[in-house]
Design a protein around this ligand. Structure first.
Ligand code: NAI
Length: 750
């Protein structure tokens, strides 16, 4: 039916005009537009409660209204979640629990309104924002790039606490709801429709009219309601357990128990007990099914209060705040303006080059000229980009037409045609100083031919000092390091390395470019290994020493992954390539001495051709056939080799492995701060967590040292010096801080 004409200007505006504006239309639909005053994003805050209650009160008493539409007045932001600062300001678990109960009560009241409520979603609809939408009867999403839906609370060590843990499983099924809440994954509109969170996806210009139309015809739903509501999306959930579908399992008490038990087991094997939130999420959902919705709500509020006070959540919130702060940092004076980048060249279409090309197209929306030395190399790189978009289409993250438009943004070449005109060229060819210098000279010549003397040459080297690559450059001010991490599409960090000669404008341009690619950017000083490769090195070396002292390959990995590293050092070295690490080692050892030296097992491994995953054998044996569930065996040849070398002393245990590796890592981070390789502890924390997976629940090495206490941390290092030698000597900055021994001076963060 065609929408009746509205009566022009809103007939009534609520008292709190800034937050909610209500337009009452002649057809009985009340359109509630909301925008948080003075903010760029809508976020939920407790002090909105009175205005929300006033709004609900006026709607409850309105006998003319037949339906309500909730729509954001702020483009690109429906509601991005609860205000984290508000949470940080709470003093006790009880205060946080009370916040949750307030949110629950407001949304429950909304869900009980006598007329249907339609959420018209455009922009970020996350956390509390999605919980608001879940309390509505119908959800319509606009198909825009900014529209994402999800419950990311788990990433902050929390859970959805405004009814989300109860409403979502009843809307989309337990399995799908747990998946969203435990991963914190964000969905694009089509994905949200596929799993049943939104009812309709429309073009952005049709959002409002479609919402009004549906508000007129929608019916009411209730939380405890019917099987049809509960079962809507379950048919689409994949196969279940023991021949039963998940839908069938979710229908019976016994089946649900089985599902929750499995989810707990899977979660526990991932979190290793280091993160309390995921298990609490499962508990709270389970409570709602075992003891009813109200008990579920109560459990949700209580768990929220307790989780908010855990050190894990506080650390994850620290990481969140640091990331937000880095988004606002340009790393140069305000008056330095970045150059506009319109075209990007990428040299080397290998693993890294193809990934860099992909994020440049996909996130920054810029055209890429991709060059490789051979047709085969180029074809592999282009295929990588194509595969990326094929996966996006398969996951319904974009349409085929959108993907094709993106794919047109990349062109390939085996010569320098089209490279000289690019404002920025990133090289990702083999790790070889002479080759990289040759690339730089070629790019400068190509740029000269296009009178493009501002062209920035960025190198993705993982270890070579940028100044050495730039030593023969005509324009060293245009040379910079852009160190990406593999896989580029997934890893959030970009470490930018500026030399003494890199111009501020080049830094500003590189920072803006990295942010446009969706990366969290830190800028660090030049030197062997910069920051990330340098802190990783003593950690990996310590693991190698432990191995030579009799610890097992798997034992070392297990100890450190149990402690919270995403992968163990042995697996990491196999992935990177044993030979690659051995190339970097001497460069770092020459600069920093013993703590950077690797025991000689890796040299012997290379001689035996055991280079890691790529050669079939490294620390592990990738050629061995393993049954499902069975762990990959360690490389037996290596174990024999090591056994010959061992002195028969006591083999290290898990606690010692963790102590030596973690302290070596954090101490090196402090060395980097002492030497101003990093400017602030916060940059070091983010680099370590996002680039290397350093124990996210600690918030990074500097926050970890703060938590231990600098004086105690130094004592622990001294104990290691006594047993293992001077490589554990505390970084100068730690000694200074520890000698102050006062609470305010002995911390990296106040
Ligand atoms: P890769 O071996 O996968 O790719 C290198 C590509 O460069 C190959 O396709 C090769 O054909 C091409 N190439 C070689 N010479 C060339 C030339 N003259 N012109 C154009 N293309 C040429 O290597 P990967 O892993 O992508 O590494 C590239 C760079 O990125 C290295 O400097 C490496 O140290 C660095 N890096 C690697 C990381 C990783 O995890 N693999 C992480 C961070 C940096």
């Amino acid at each position: 039916a065609a929408a009746p004409r509205t009566s022009g200007a809103p007939t009534h505006t609520s008292a709190d005009a800034d937050l909610f504006a209500v337009e009452r239309r002649d057809d009985g639909i009340a359109v509630v537009r909301f925008a948080v005053p003075g903010a760029t994003q809508n976020t939920l805050r407790a002090d909105f409660a009175p205005a929300f209650e006033t709004l609900l009160e006026s709607l409850e008493h309105d006998t003319e209204v037949i339906g309500v539409v909730l729509v954001s007045a702020r483009p690109g932001s429906f509601m991005a979640g609860a205000d984290i600062d508000m949470l940080d300001a709470q003093k006790s678990a009880a205060d946080v629990e009370a916040l949750s109960k307030q949110g629950q009560a407001g949304f429950r009241r909304l869900s009980k309104l006598h007329v249907p409520v339609v959420a018209a979603i455009e922009g970020a609809c996350l956390g509390g924002g999605l919980e608001l939408a879940l309390a509505c009867d119908v959800r319509i999403a606009a198909d825009t790039a900014a529209t994402t839906l999800g419950l990311p609370e788990v990433m902050l060590g929390l859970l959805p606490a405004a009814g989300g843990t109860q409403r979502l499983p009843r809307l989309v099924g337990i399995q799908a709801a747990l998946d969203l809440m435990l991963t914190g994954r964000k969905l694009r509109p089509a994905q949200a429709k596929a799993c049943g969170i939104v009812d309709t996806v429309v073009a952005p210009e049709a959002l409002r009219d479609e919402a009004i139309r549906q508000a007129r015809f929608a019916g009411k739903r209730s939380l405890t309601g019917s099987a049809s509501l509960f079962g809507r999306a379950r048919a689409r959930i994949g196969a279940g357990v023991n021949g039963l579908t998940h839908a069938a399992l979710e229908d019976t008490t016994l089946g649900r128990r089985l599902l929750f038990a499995q989810a707990r087991k899977r979660t526990r094997s991932k979190t290793r007990g280091n993160y309390p939130a995921p298990e609490r999420i499962i508990d709270v959902v389970a409570t709602g099914f075992a003891r009813g919705v109200q008990a579920g709500f109560d459990a949700e509020a209580k768990a929220f209060g307790e989780l908010a006070m855990t050190p894990e959540s506080q650390s994850l919130r620290h990481v969140y705040h640091a990331t937000e702060a880095l988004k606002r940092t340009t790393f140069v004076a305000r008056n330095v303006k970045a150059r506009a980048v319109r075209r990007v060249g990428v040299l080397g279409a290998g693993l890294m080059g193809a990934g860099i090309a992909t994020v440049t197209i996909d996130k920054a929306g810029l055209p890429v000229r991709l060059k490789d030395v051979s047709d085969d190399g180029l074809a592999r790189g282009l295929d990588h980009v194509q595969q990326f978009y094929a996966r996006r289409v398969a996951k319904k993250a974009m349409t085929r037409a959108q993907a094709d438009r993106c794919l047109h943004q990349v062109t390939g070449t085996t010569d320098y045609s089209g490279i000289g005109a690019c404002e920025l060229v990133v090289e990702a060819v083999f790790e070889d100083l002479d080759l990289k210098r040759a690339m730089l000279a070629d790019v400068e010549a190509a740029a000269d031919a296009c009178a493009n003397t501002d062209c920035i040459f960025a190198t993705n080297t993982s270890s070579l000092p940028i100044a050495e690559i730039a030593a023969q450059a005509k324009r060293p001010e245009n040379v910079i390091g852009l160190h990406y991490f593999s896989p580029v599409e997934k890893m959030p960090l970009l470490e930018i390395i500026a030399t003494e000669q890199t111009s501020k404008k080049t830094i500003a341009t590189a920072v803006a470019f990295g942010k446009a690619q969706g990366k969290t950017v830190i800028v660090v000083g030049d030197g062997p290994g910069f920051y990330t490769t340098r802190v990783l090195s003593p950690y990996l070396n310590e693991a190698a020493r432990l191995l030579s002292e009799g610890a097992g390959v798997r034992q070392i990995d297990q100890a450190l992954t149990d402690h919270g590293f995403p992968v163990g050092p042995m697996t990491l070295r196999d992935e990177v390539g044993v030979d690659v690490g051995v190339k970097v080692g001497p460069i770092l050892e020459a600069a920093f001495g013993e703590r950077m030296s690797a025991p000689d097992a890796s040299q012997r491994m290379i001689e035996a051709g055991h280079l890691g995953r790529k050669s079939g054998k490294g620390f592990y044996d990738y050629t061995a056939k393993t049954k499902k569930g069975e762990k990959r065996p360690a490389n037996a040849d290596l174990e024999r080799l090591l056994a010959q070398q061992r002195d028969g002393g006591r083999a290290p245990d898990a606690a010692e492995i963790v102590e030596r590796c973690t302290l070596a890592f954090a101490n090196e981070a402090a060395h980097c701060l002492s030497e101003r390789v990093i400017r602030e502890p916060m940059h070091g924390d983010i680099g370590a967590v996002f680039g290397l997976g350093f124990l996210p629940f600690t918030g990074g090495p500097f926050r970890y040292i703060d938590a231990v206490g600098v004086a105690r941390f130094v004592d622990r290092l001294h104990a290691l010096v006594e047993r293992h030698g001077p490589r554990f000597e505390p970084a100068p900055i730690l000694k200074t801080m520890a000698s102050a021994r006062s609470a305010s001076h002995g911390r990296f963060y106040s």
